[in-house]
Design a protein around this ligand. Sequence first.
Ligand code: NAD
Ligand code: ZN
Length: 254
Amino acid sequence: MDPAVPLPAGLVSRLATARHVVALTGAGVSAESGVPTFRDAQTGLWARFRPEELATPEAFEADPAMIWSWYEWRRELMAAAAPNPGHRALAEFETLLPEFTLITQNIDGLHAQAGSRRVIEFHGNLFVNRCLAGCDGPVDVPRPCPEPPRCPRCGAWLRPGVVWFGEAIPIEALQTAKAATDRCEVFLTIGTSALVQPAAGLALRAHDCGAMVAEINIAPTGLNGVAQYRLAAPSGELLPQLLDAVRRRRESRS
Ligand code: NAD
Ligand code: ZN
């Protein structure tokens, strides 16, 4: 890691005594696993589209086959990816801290694969498909699945179980995330551009409730003035170091 980015002592000592910590992750956490972030673009066939044009209910309605094949492309990319040391450090934080709430905007399932047991999937999961017409529950789909499949119950299209632009966050995920944000002592915002609402508003909410907010991101975001600490380093390198420092500090206190 860049030696110019030391771990701030104030953050380490706060994490060492905190009872409840929240981490909000975004696409940047999976970048070191080889999953491209939204802002870093689409490649190949899809380079000429913006994700905001593809990830909407209107786009799916207009051309289900095209949108399904974009998700197929992303599904295969994400299925080939493995958790990186950043995901694994976050799973360890869950066992180290008395209470740790992990909220992710990612749809790739890599936190669970890394061993995190409780993950609030704010934007759903790409590997869970459901009926566009609203039949209850997930539907298994073979992989790969080049054509958009139909719901076995009602015949409507199946859609990826993700939250599209313009759609609401699942109510339980939203309420649990807000409640945790309101109670936490430290809020870590990691690898997210903090542009997509309502996830982006959680850091400000935590700040307003008196939590210490720290940001881990290789590039600046709009969270200036909200984040007390900004750690400009890749999360896969920084999080294991932060975990080690907090663990050592906790052990020396016990
Ligand atoms: P984003 O693409 O808008 O922003 C990614 C952020 O990560 C940027 O600020 C970038 O500077 C930072 N970053 C890149 N590499 C990093 C690294 N190694 N360490 C730390 N930071 C790094 O992503 P977002 O904020 O999550 O929001 C966009 C939407 O994209 C979300 O709704 C999410 O569902 C979706 N998305 C998810 C995945 C995934 O599941 N892996 C991938 C792409 C997009
Ligand atoms: Zn159905």
